[in-house]
Design a protein around this ligand. Structure first.
Ligand SMILES: Cc1cc2nc3c(=O)[nH]c(=O)nc-3n(C[C@H](O)[C@H](O)[C@H](O)COP(=O)(O)OP(=O)(O)OC[C@H]3O[C@@H](n4cnc5c(N)ncnc54)[C@H](O)[C@@H]3O)c2cc1C
Length: 466
């Protein structure tokens, strides 16, 4: 076993970051002028940001997160630091396809009237919609930041909002048809309405209806992976890929020992601070020797799966989905249809080809992801052709990706887990958590923000000799 300090020097690393998703990257990026090492178990950076682009192709395949937050946040600032710029999405983001009808324009309040539902269903759907709209308005009111309130305090209030019941209980009795429409929305959080907390379900709609300033309103030309790749290039040898951390343990006062494997070899690094930026179920056993209570909270955090299929298409003419960015698709094998070429449809002349993705979340995704790739492809493609018959014959390539830990979601009672996760952990207060699970719904910005906050804490401690 090799013990790695700083390039052979006798001092330990100032900080080791575990996990190269956005949370870990934000931490490493903030601390790039320190002696920092980022350990990532996979063969690429980005975690749940994952896109692929063939050399010379204008289009990219997208498998994971793709909606970037509005300017002004941590993700935006990192992107700008490496010379990238996200662009506002101009296509429809709130479309819905139900049975044979596709609604991709007009006020959402009009959807219940325009969907092919029996009159009684339209009324029930409209009623639930009004309750939800009111709850979203209240959510924005209640959760606007109070003077002097810290991020952690705001998070705690946000997690506690309507955390005593499920989203199903909040929605009340719905017929199976209307319930399937709301279930499709909950699947965007990888949950079923009966397991999602009411506050979380309302927060999801607040996000989706959030408009241009929302956490999910922009795109990165070239694909989401362009950002982690650019950060990785600049971080250079501060990053180790294929480095799977197995254990963290206090070695001496103020020093943590990080055991990992790389290229089949056992390795050890030592560090004054450790930022653990891996999903909660993976973080739990890692921090157990340092904080039992944090490990227990991490183990109780819930994730659901996503199953995505990215497709390169080879159409030569304009298509009915050209102006659509995202469409909810209740009642199908997938819950969402997204058009990743939409951001490129800026000129009057429409370039041939395109890139689409469909994905499922929640119980349906869990069932289907157990099947072989070919069966998943066939199931998704048949449904896609029913949705847009024009897709028949133009799908040149389709690739499936399984996200077992697709996204984090809050169950009722979630806010009680939070205090154990905030702030430095352990006797030496030098182990820190970061990740999207700090919020009731995972997002790029939460991940990056928590990584950045942990890094700022570390920078302050190092500056004062800690
Ligand atoms: C299909 C899909 C669509 C999504 N859409 C959006 C969207 O449009 N907008 C949005 O804001 N969010 C979206 N999300 C959520 C968003 O991707 C996540 O919230 C965010 O990227 C999480 O970042 P993270 O750094 O916390 O975790 P991750 O991205 O999961 O990063 C954790 C990293 O740790 C590594 N790791 C794990 N174990 C170890 C170990 N033992 N040692 C070393 N490394 C380890 C992993 O390989 C991974 O790279 C989506 C997610 C999915 C899956």
């Amino acid at each position: 076993m090799r013990t790695d300090k700083v390039g052979g020097a006798s001092d330990p690393f100032e900080v080791v970051v575990i996990g190269g998703g956005l949370a870990g990257l934000a931490a490493a990026w903030r601390l790039r002028k320190q002696r920092v090492l980022l350990l990532e178990s996979g063969d690429r950076l980005g975690g749940r940001l994952y896109s692929q682009r063939e050399d010379g192709d204008d289009y990219w395949l997208n498998f994971g997160a793709h909606l970037f937050p509005a300017p002004g946040g941590v993700v935006d600032s990192m992107a700008k630091d490496v010379g990238l710029e996200t662009l506002p999405i101009t296509g429809s983001m709130m479309g819905i396809a139900y049975k044979e009808r596709i609604l991709a324009s007009g006020p959402i309040e009009s959807y219940p009237l325009r969907l092919p539902l029996p009159v009684r269903e339209k009324i029930a759907f409209a009623r639930a919609g009004v309750r939800l709209k009111r709850a979203v308005a209240r959510y924005h009111q209640v959760l606007s930041r109070r003077p002097g309130e810290s991020e952690a305090e705001l998070r705690q209030r946000s997690l506690a909002y309507l955390d005593d019941r499920t989203f199903s209980e909040f929605l009340g009795d719905l017929s199976p048809e209307t319930a399937s429409i709301f279930a499709c929305a909950a699947h965007r959080a990888t949950a079923e309405p009966a397991s999602l907390s009411a506050g979380s379900g309302i927060g999801l709609f607040a996000l989706v209806w959030g408009g241009a300033g929302s956490l999910i309103a922009r795109n990165l030309v070239g694909g989401s992976s362009v950002l982690p790749e650019a950060l990785g290039r600049q971080l250079g040898d501060r990053v180790r890929l294929g480095a799977e951390v197995r254990r963290i343990a206090p070695r001496a006062e103020g020093i943590q020992q990080i055991e990992y494997t790389m290229d089949g070899q056992a390795e050890v690094a030592e560090a004054r601070h450790v930022i653990v930026a891996v999903p909660a179920p993976i973080a739990a056993p890692l921090v157990a020797p340092i904080s039992r209570v944090a490990a227990e909270s991490l183990s109780a955090i819930t994730y659901g799966p996503f199953l995505s299929m990215a497709m390169r298409t080879n159409e030569v003419a304009a298509q009915p989905w050209d102006d659509v960015y995202a469409l909810a698709t209740p009642g199908r094998s997938f819950d969402m249809f997204t058009n990743h070429a939409q951001i490129l449809r800026t000129s009057a002349e429409r370039a041939p080809g395109g890139s689409l993705m469909v994905y499922a979340g929640g119980d349906g995704a869990a069932r289907l992801m157990a099947r072989p790739d070919e069966e998943i492809k066939q199931t998704f493609l048949e449904d896609l052709h029913r949705l847009y018959p024009g897709t028949r014959g133009i799908v040149a390539a389709a690739k499936v990706h399984r996200w077992k830990l697709g996204n984090v979601y809050a169950r009722p009672g979630r806010h009680r887990l939070q205090p154990a996760l905030e702030g430095p952990l352990g006797e030496s207060r030098n182990v820190h958590l970061a990740g999207d699970y700090f919020a009731e719904l995972g997002s790029m910005e939460t991940a990056a923000k928590t990584g950045d906050s942990a890094a700022q804490r570390v920078a302050r401690a190092l500056a004062s000799g800690g």
